[in-house]
Design a protein around this ligand. Sequence first.
Ligand SMILES: NC(=O)c1ccc[n+]([C@@H]2O[C@H](COP(=O)([O-])OP(=O)(O)OC[C@H]3O[C@@H](n4cnc5c(N)ncnc54)[C@H](O)[C@@H]3O)[C@@H](O)[C@H]2O)c1
Length: 328
Amino acid sequence: MITLGVIGCGNMARNHMRNAVVMDGVRLHGYADVFPDAATGFLNEFGGAYATADPNDLLADDAIDAVLVSTHHDTHVTLGVAAAQAGKHILMEKPMSMTVPQCDAVVAAVEKAGVRLMTGFKLRFAPLIQEAKRLAPEPFLLVGQMMCNRWPDTLWAVDPVKGGGNILSQGCHTFDLICYLAGSKPVEVFAVGGNYTHENKTYPDNMAGLIRFANGAAASVVQGDAADSTSVSKFFFEVFDNGTSVQLYDRLHRATVSGASVADPGERHAPADADPEGLQQELTEFIHGLNTGAPWAIGADHHAGRRATALAHAFFAAIATGNPQRLT
Ligand SMILES: NC(=O)c1ccc[n+]([C@@H]2O[C@H](COP(=O)([O-])OP(=O)(O)OC[C@H]3O[C@@H](n4cnc5c(N)ncnc54)[C@H](O)[C@@H]3O)[C@@H](O)[C@H]2O)c1
């Protein structure tokens, strides 16, 4: 039984808690939020032992095995390093941290402490993403698009300090998923983009990019908040190998499969009994892996978390310089 503490009692943590309360192998224990009412609200809603305004109370609590960190992005590095130093396993909401040096600090702390960190890239667990991986395990062409309606300027995720904007905040999902589907290491990127929707920000908000993988595979990515696409929805992913293509749309609720190698082409639907976007399955694998010691088969570890942030910054550098960027 894993005893869980929750740091950051906001919208996303609430989604995780709804899954946790009906899950085997996990016990909810402590809640921390800089707004004490938010933590107390979680205690009343989901049960547990206590609520606090100070995350250090959870980190000093020997009863807690693991923490969910679901705060704004600027706090992920401090909380991630402190949680690792306190010997807690970590489910870190995405992005793992805002910059590559911040990610390096978290990676170093996790490895030094010998704890495990999963980055919250739930889309890997979507049933139709798993189906695409089964049907096209070694795609050589990939497409990833995530487009929203314009984010309000008041949204914390748009703030350069707290959030980092759409390309970092949400693009990290797209970049991680493309790498996961490619099954190869990204080695070089290029991108064109800019401040199309939010003026006077310190980072670009919309982009079109290319990724070259170590195995020769190629991907294109489109990321931003120009407008929603009603035909493909917020998420669109597509993979091609030699004889199979899979198109995923309708927020990963539906896919089409086609190509000369496909025995049963046509539409696929996400099963009714599983979360189509994978959040429930993500927490299940996190908890199961900690309870059994088994490696996570799908979940993104700390290296994958760092890689997604590194890709966002490589795209930013390509946009700023007009030059392709090598990844280390
Ligand atoms: N995986 C997904 O699909 C998905 C979707 C939405 C958000 N998220 C991620 O979840 C995280 C939280 O986003 P949200 O939408 O729930 O935000 P939110 O604003 O609803 O909640 C964040 C909470 O963290 C608290 N907080 C901030 N700093 C803190 C600190 N130092 N210590 C303790 N509490 C602190 C805030 O008071 C707030 O209650 C972000 O990393 C975000 O990118 C992931």
